[in-house]
Ligand binder design. Structure first.
Ligand code: FMN
Length: 403
C-alpha cells in the first residue's frame, strides 16, 4: 500500500476501509473514464503543427507552433509570448511556472526557454525567414530571480536563402525517453562528431562512455543515483515533483503539462487514495523504494552520457545552452538515438550542494572559471529491445502562451 496515513477526503476514507485488492478486482478498469490511463489525443494535438496552422498564416505563428515542442524542465512550458508589430516576437518567463525548489535560480527554466527559441530559429529558417534576437532589452534579471522583463525580442526578416535545415524534420520525432537503453549502443562516431561540432567559445559538449572513461563513467552513475535519492527524500523537492505528475487521461487532458503518468496500476492507486501527492511519504515506504529501484535500474541501463558544460553561467549562456541542447537532441534523433536529461545533481537546492560540487569537479576541466557550470547531464543511447517508444508529451497549445 502506498499511502499509510489517514486522509480527509471521504472517497479516500471509503477506500481505506477495504483492502486495495478487493476494490481493484471488483472494478471494470477498462472502459472506465475515471480510471483511463493513456495520453488523450487532445493533449498532444500540438504535435501536428501543420494540422493546426496553415502555410498562409503569419510566419511568426507558424514558427511558434513548432517552437513550443521544445524540451523544457518538468514540461512546465514557462513561456509568455507576444506578437509585436508585424515582425517581432517578444518572449517573457511566466513566473507562475517556475520550479522554486528544484530549480531555485531558474537556470533550467532559462534552458527550456532557450530550447524554445532554438526551435523558433530552425522553424523560421524553414519557412524562409531569418531571425535576429535582442536579449534582455529592458535589462537582465539578476542571478537569483526572474521578473516580467522580456528575455528576448526575435525579429523575423525575409531570407533569400534556400533552407538547408535538416534538423527541422526531426522536431516532431524528438522525445525525452526515460526507459532502459541498450548498454552496447553508445553514440556512433558520426553522431559524436555532430554533437561536438555544436561547441562554441562558451559551451562545450562531451560524450562519456565506459571505455575508455571507466572511472569517470562509474562516478557519473554513482552521483546520478545518489542525487535522485536526495531529490526524492527531501520533502520540498519530492512534493514539487509529485504535484507536477499528471496521473491518468483526465488530468493529462486538463493540464497538458507536467509529467504524464500512464501506468494503469498507478492511476488506479491514485484514484483510490493510495498515492497521495500532497503528502511526503516515509523513507521506507514502497513509493520511495520503488522509485529508487526503478531509477537505479535505468541508470545501469545506460551506455553513455551527454554532458554540456559552460565557461560562465550568465543568463544568456543559460539560454544559449538551451539552444544548443535542443540541436543536440534533434541530432541524436536524426541518427536514431534518444536522450534523457538527468538533472538532479545539477540542482542548486541546499541538500544537493555536496553532489552539485562533486559533479562539477569531475566534469569541468581545470581551465574553466569559477563560474563554470554543468548545464546539462543526459543519458544517451538506443532504447533496449522491447522498450516502447513513448508518445509525445503534452503541450498546452499556442493560445495558452499568448499574453
Ligand atoms: C533543462 C532541462 C532539464 C531536464 N531535466 C530532466 C530530468 O531531470 N529528468 C527527466 O526525466 N527529464 C528532464 N528533462 C526533460 C523534460 O522533462 C522534457 O523535456 C519535458 O517533459 C517535455 O518532454 P519532451 O522532451 O518529450 O517533449 C529536462 C529538460 C530540460 C530542458
Amino acid at each position: 500500500m502506498i499511502s499509510e496515513q489517514p486522509n480527509t477526503s471521504s472517497r479516500r476514507k471509503f477506500v481505506r476501509t477495504i483492502t486495495g485488492g478487493v476494490i481493484f478486482a471488483a472494478l471494470p478498469i477498462s472502459g472506465c473514464k475515471f480510471l483511463s490511463a493513456g495520453v488523450p489525443d487532445s493533449a498532444i494535438a500540438a504535435w501536428s503543427p501543420d494540422d493546426n496552422i496553415d502555410n498562409t498564416s503569419d510566419p511568426r505563428v507558424r514558427a511558434l507552433s513548432w517552437a513550443i515542442l521544445a524540451p523544457n524542465p518538468h514540461n512546465r512550458q514557462p513561456w509568455l509570448i507576444e506578437l509585436q508589430g508585424e515582425h517581432d516576437v517578444v518572449v517573457r518567463i511566466d513566473s507562475q511556472r517556475l520550479l522554486i525548489h528544484t530549480d531555485p535560480f531558474s537556470r533550467q527554466i532559462l534552458i527550456g526557454t532557450g530550447a524554445m527559441l532554438g526551435l523558433m530559429d530552425i522553424a523560421a529558417k524553414q519557412f524562409g525567414f531569418n531571425t535576429e534576437t535582442i536579449w534582455f532589452e529592458e535589462g537582465r534579471f539578476d542571478r537569483n530571480s526572474i521578473d516580467s522583463k522580456p528575455v528576448a525580442r526575435v525579429r523575423f526578416t525575409r531570407s533569400n536563402e534556400k533552407p538547408n535545415n535538416d534538423l527541422f524534420s526531426y522536431i516532431t520525432r524528438r522525445r525525452t525517453v526515460r526507459s532502459n537503453y541498450d548498454i552496447n549502443s553508445p553514440p556512433s562516431k558520426i553522431l559524436e562528431s555532430a554533437l561536438l561540432s555544436l561547441d562554441t567559445n562558451t559551451i562545450n559538449n562531451r560524450i562519456i562512455v565506459k571505455q575508455p572513461h571507466i572511472h569517470l563513467f562509474d562516478s557519473v552513475k554513482r552521483i546520478a543515483k545518489e542525487a535522485w535519492k536526495i531529490e526524492l527524500t527531501t520533502p520540498e523537492t519530492y512534493l514539487e515533483n509529485a504535484q507536477l505528475l499528471r496521473v491518468g487521461s483526465m488530468e493529462i487532458a486538463k493540464h497538458r503539462d507536467g509529467i504524464s503518468i500512464t501506468s494503469p496500476l498507478l492511476v488506479a492507486f491514485e484514484r483510490f487514495g493510495l498515492f497521495d501527492r500532497d503528502r511526503f511519504p516515509p523513507l521506507e515506504s514502497n513509493i520511495i523504494k520503488t522509485q529508487l529501484k526503478a531509477f537505479n535500474e535505468t541508470i545501469d541501463a545506460t551506455p553513455s552520457f551527454f554532458v554540456m558544460t559552460s565557461f560562465d553561467n550568465t543568463r544568456i549562456t543559460q539560454l544559449m545552452a538551451g539552444k544548443t541542447y535542443v540541436r543536440a537532441h534533434l541530432m541524436a534523433t536524426k541518427y536514431g538515438f534518444v536522450m534523457h536529461p538527468i538533472s538532479q545533481a545539477l540542482q542548486e537546492f541546499p541538500e544537493m550542494s555536496q553532489l552539485y560540487s562533486d559533479i562539477k569537479q569531475i566534469l569541468i576541466s581545470e581551465t574553466f572559471s569559477s563560474e563554470s557550470t554543468v548545464q546539462m547531464l543526459c543519458r544517451i543511447g538506443k532504447p533496449a529491445n522491447g522498450q516502447a517508444f513513448p508518445k509525445p508529451s503534452p503541450r498546452r497549445g499556442l493560445e495558452a502562451y499568448y499574453v
